[in-house]
Design a binder for this molecule. Structure first.
Ligand code: BJW
Ligand code: ZN
Length: 263
């Protein structure tokens, strides 16, 4: 009986201590942010999770049961463009029904809260833009763009019909305007991201597993140049051992709590 009582009490004490630690870390990050002139946020799929958009590598993620190289490489598209398009058309269709969440909204507001705030995102879903962010570097492209494989003409997808898009200029086969493995990032995007990261005093890395390069190298670039690196994620990631502070929890809860401390 004594053992049972002890077991019953321990988790509650543990939760109180953890909540207290998080609160202390939020205060520390808020203090850093209050005196920062230049702030950068690097986001990944996790920031859209609370909007109902699946991440890539989490359980029940987009790549559960799918090998990334079957859908996210130019070779896969060359082998079977119908299969790859079905994957992207399904994603577009689901994205039409979702909205930005409180994490996206806080980041959008921070553009006018700091003298310089830059957003670097790996996301292709367009939710940062819908939330109102304007200064965005999209490292991995945009799922809503159709790019012609013949003439490279780009057009914004207007409907999410089941049919595979064709170029309105030359009728060539279109592809989604995203960056697949082995492909170069959009021209100049990584260079601008490096410049912004290395000038920032605080870098918030939100909702990414930090497994995909070169995006995953930006936090290290920033830290080497003197930035304070904060990770916002419910789980430990490849970045966790390097981050100066880890705010463990969902972005949609952590970012509003941080914003509230900025006054
Ligand atoms: C929450 C949460 C909540 C859950 N709140 N968090 C150096 C070393 C090794 C390899 C390479 C290297 N440099 C380049 C490479 C090769 C390759 C690469 O990185 N491979 C690694 C996987 C090993 N990189 C490339 O090929 C890149 N190109 C390139 O380098 O060009 C130069 C070059 C070209 C040719 C020859 C030589 C050089 C291109 C990378 C393109 C990545 N594209 C994808 C697909 C986009 C299209 C699509 O949407 O389908 O981009 S891959 C996929 O991963 C997608 C994402 O943007 C990217 C990152 O994923 P992300 O966002 O981190 O998501 P998850 O699922 O991994 O993590 C979610 C996180 O959220 C988790 O941590 C959760 O805990 C968390 N979370 N709920 C906060 N509520
Ligand atoms: Zn064309």
């Amino acid at each position: 009986m004594v053992v049972r009582a002890a077991e019953h009490v321990k988790p509650r004490c543990y939760n109180v201590v953890m909540a207290d630690k998080l609160s202390h870390k939020l205060d520390e990050v808020a203090d850093r942010l209050k005196s920062a002139e230049r702030v950068v946020s690097l986001t990944g799929a996790g920031i859209s999770a609370e909007s109902g958009v699946p991440t890539f590598r989490d359980p029940d993620g987009l790549w559960e049961g799918v090998r990334p190289e079957e859908v996210a490489t130019p070779e896969a598209f060359g082998r079977d463009s119908d299969f790859v398009w079905r994957f992207y058309l399904q994603r577009r269709s689901k994205l039409q029904a979702v909205c930005p969440n409180s994490g996206h909204n806080v980041i959008a507001r921070w553009e006018s809260r700091f003298p310089h705030f830059d957003l670097i995102t790996q996301n292709v879903d367009g939710l940062h833009q819908l939330a109102g962010s304007k200064r965005i570097i999209c490292l991995h492209g945009d799922i809503w763009i159709d790019r012609c494989t013949q003439c490279a003409f780009e057009q914004r997808a207007t409907d999410v019909s089941e049919s595979i898009p064709r170029c309105s200029k030359c009728d060539g086969l279109a592809r989604p305007g995203v960056v697949w493995f082995g492909e170069q990032l959009p021209h100049g995007a990584f260079e601008r991201a490096v410049e912004q990261s290395s000038q920032a005093q605080v870098v918030l890395v939100v909702g990414t597993s930090s497994q995909v390069y070169p995006a995953a190298s930006l936090a290290g670039v920033a830290q080497s140049a003197g930035a304070f690196v904060v990770e916002v994620n419910p789980e430990a990631t490849s970045l966790s051992s390097l981050a100066d502070v880890i705010l463990q929890g969902p972005a949609g809860e952590i970012l509003p709590r941080l914003e509230a401390r900025l006054g």
